[in-house]
Design a protein around this ligand. Structure first.
Ligand code: SF4
Length: 659
């Protein structure tokens, strides 16, 4: 880009990195048209630039409104050089923000963004296909292009036939920074498969955007880096919504099997002959009868029980004469045979239940030791699951974050950042932690915490229910605009709800309540009260634009349900981080849920409103210090519903005076 935004910025950031400039940025000309410099944004750019220049991992907790997507791009792009940038996120909605910022910055550098291959396939091979079956079918259709057999994939065939045209078109998509759907539309209009064509030009592209899987799943990452033509040391990394990464990486190392899959495997043995069939059936029967059916008898709904993998292995030995690992191999091998037979017979779907059961059992018996727990669970909808769960995802995250040329991890909810650092990296060196305050005017918000209520189990008396009711009613009287009350669980919500009487129109979150319907009602009038749960669909990942909510009340601290898994996780973390097990495993996720819920009110600099936390525990120093720093600074303590209402009334009077 001649005289481009990026080169101007490069100079600006370069100077900042050298420590020469830290001027006012309000008159900066380098931002894309229509953008305003936000409080904290320049700070983010400078600090992150410095960190990645020094090969450090930058971990930034930056609340909503800082403009961290743009800031992270502006921290990396000026020093990109011949290196590449990988941007990853948990949810697809984040992708659109990055694409918008990249387009605003100009036509260069080039970028490719991927959803999954199945999502980008113009043949729409979806229906009942599992992802595995889709990949197999895609491979078959591609192979048939080479051998001129039918059926074949015309979109792939065209790429091979008109290589140059496909390549030019793909490169044009990368220069235009198209979203996956736009690229698919454009490429398929010309008869090409966007996924395959873009993959072939990846080595000439500067930026790749995709979900966490592309970066943290080792096999997927290796394939991506190969096409990208680099190794991690030539890659800058931006991880958005990074508060999700510890759980995501643990999930990658975990595995689960449902009873339905085992039943499917048993049915499969009726369809595919093999000399090992008696042993296969024997192994499946042990699993079905001795593990799953036994669990159905002894576990209540939502019950969870730890299992000793050695004892499970002994069941196979006692009844089938083979160990658990040998049983896994028998099922896996038979599964291979089923897949091969299906392939030879031209089945559309070549998925094998036995293959899946065998694969799970290998994981179940191989993933042992202090980092794992083995469980059997009966869910609320009566599904039974056998699981191996990982406690520690650092073997996934640490090597990637360390090997990358520079990593920026960011989120509005990394509170406190050092806990997330410890959950993602093995040691503290080379990590730059930074917590930013909310860029929104503090006078637009009132943060209150009540010190006479608590959701601690032993305190949940009728008197406490009455107090919560009094708080909600008092707040409802004085708050101006729609309010929401979020509880720690549906159970608690339905216990308190019948007691509460307000003049507002009530909306109650149920499993089937649709977001669109609720938004419509909140838009129609300002006298609604929404009742829901923390961690639910109305308290996370949802915006209430235009100040649709002016008050959020949280009832209790949203700790996870106490279980054997929770206990074991605390004990594991206590071992890894002496004395901090409870904080890392139990308190931090609760604070995350709480802050995400409270964050629904202020979504822009103009939003005004109140946050009321009805649990005295957040006023205690040990818990208060886990909150974002601006909460710690601004939070006022109230001791009764009356004083709470007075504060809110005063807040709104103040807002009117300013008008
Ligand atoms: S090559 Fe592309 S278009 Fe063809 S089946 Fe595979 S994903 Fe679909």
């Amino acid at each position: 880009m001649s005289e481009s935004m990026v080169s101007k910025l490069s100079k600006r950031v370069g100077e900042a990195v050298k420590g020469r400039v830290r001027s006012k940025v309000s008159d900066e000309k380098w931002l894309p048209e229509g953008y305003e410099v936000r409080k904290g944004q320049m700070g983010f750019i400078e600090e992150a630039s410095k960190a990645i220049k020094n090969n450090e991992v930058f971990l930034g907790s930056a609340p909503c409104g800082i403009g961290k997507s743009l800031a992270s791009l502006l921290a990396v792009l000026p020093q990109l050089g011949a290196n590449k940038l990988l941007i990853c996120f948990r949810t697809r909605s984040q992708l659109n923000i990055y694409l918008k910022e990249l387009k605003a910055l100009g036509r260069n550098p080039s970028a490719v963004s991927f959803f999954s291959k199945q999502d980008m396939c113009p043949l729409r091979i979806k229906g009942n296909f599992s992802y595995f079956d889709f990949l197999e079918e895609c491979r078959r259709l591609k192979d048939n292009c080479e051998s001129s057999n039918k059926p074949y994939c015309k979109f792939y065939w065209n790429i091979n036939r008109k290589k140059k045209e496909a390549e030019e078109l793909a490169l044009d998509c990368t220069r235009k920074v198209l979203a996956p759907r736009e690229a698919v539309r454009r490429m398929s209009k010309h008869g090409f498969c966007a996924y395959e064509a873009l993959k072939r030009v990846l080595d000439r592209v500067d930026i790749f955007l995709g979900t966490y899987h592309y970066v943290f799943n080792p096999q997927v990452r290796d394939a991506l880096l190969k096409s990208f033509g680099v190794d991690l040391s030539n890659v800058y990394l931006i991880v958005d919504e990074a508060h999700n990464l510890p759980a995501f990486s643990r999930e990658l190392l975990s595995d689960r099997l449902t009873q339905n899959t085992v039943e499917g495997a048993l049915k499969e043995t009726e369809m595919f002959e093999h000399e090992a069939l008696p042993s296969v059936r024997e192994c499946l029967n042990v699993l079905n009868e001795e593990v799953f059916q036994r669990a159905q008898e002894i576990l209540e709904r939502e019950g969870l029980k730890p299992l000793n993998p050695q004892e499970v292995s002994d069941l196979f030995l006692d009844q089938g004469g083979v160990s658990g690992s040998e049983a896994a191999e028998i099922l896996h091998e038979y599964g291979e045979h089923v897949r091969e037979t299906r392939r030879e017979l031209g089945y559309e779907k070549i998925f094998s239940y036995n293959h899946r059961v065998g694969e799970f059992m290998m994981n179940f018996f191989e993933k042992v030791g202090t980092k794992y727990i083995h469980l059997i669970e009966r869910e609320w909808r009566d599904r039974t699951l056998l699981e191996v769960r990982s406690f520690d995802g650092r073997e996934i995250t640490d090597p990637v974050l360390r090997q990358a040329r520079g990593s920026i991890l960011m989120s509005g909810f990394l509170s406190p950042p050092k806990v997330y650092r410890d959950l993602m990296l093995y040691d503290q060196s080379g990590v730059y932690l930074k917590e930013f305050d909310s860029p929104f005017p503090p006078e637009n918000r009132l943060i209150l915490a009540a010190d006479d209520v608590s959701s601690r189990f032993e305190k949940r008396t009728n008197k406490m229910l009455e107090k919560w009711k009094d708080y909600v009613e008092a707040i409802s009287e004085v708050n101006e605009g729609n309010m929401a009350v979020f509880f720690t669980s549906y159970e608690l919500m339905h216990t308190v709800l019948p007691l509460i009487k307000t003049d507002r129109k009530e909306i109650v979150e149920r499993r089937k309540t649709k977001r669109g319907d609720v938004m419509e009602q909140l838009t129609r009038s300002a006298d609604n009260v929404l009742f829901g749960v923390m961690g639910g669909k109305f308290s996370e990942g949802i915006d209430y634009p235009g100040n649709l909510l002016t008050c959020v009340v949280t009832v209790g601290l949203p700790y996870a349900t106490w279980s054997v898994h929770q206990k074991a996780l605390i004990s594991y973390f206590n071992h890894q981080f002496p004395g901090k097990g409870r904080t890392y495993a139990y308190l931090t996720p609760a604070i995350l849920r709480l802050i995400q819920t409270c964050g629904r009110v202020h979504r822009s600099a103009n939003d005004k409103g109140c946050i009321v936390i009805l649990d005295e525990r957040v006023t205690r120093p040990s818990i208060k210090q886990q909150l974002p720093s601006y909460y710690q600074k601004e939070m006022k303590i109230v001791g009764s519903p009356i004083s709470c209402a007075e504060q809110i009334k005063k807040f709104w009077e103040e807002q009117h005076r300013k008008l």
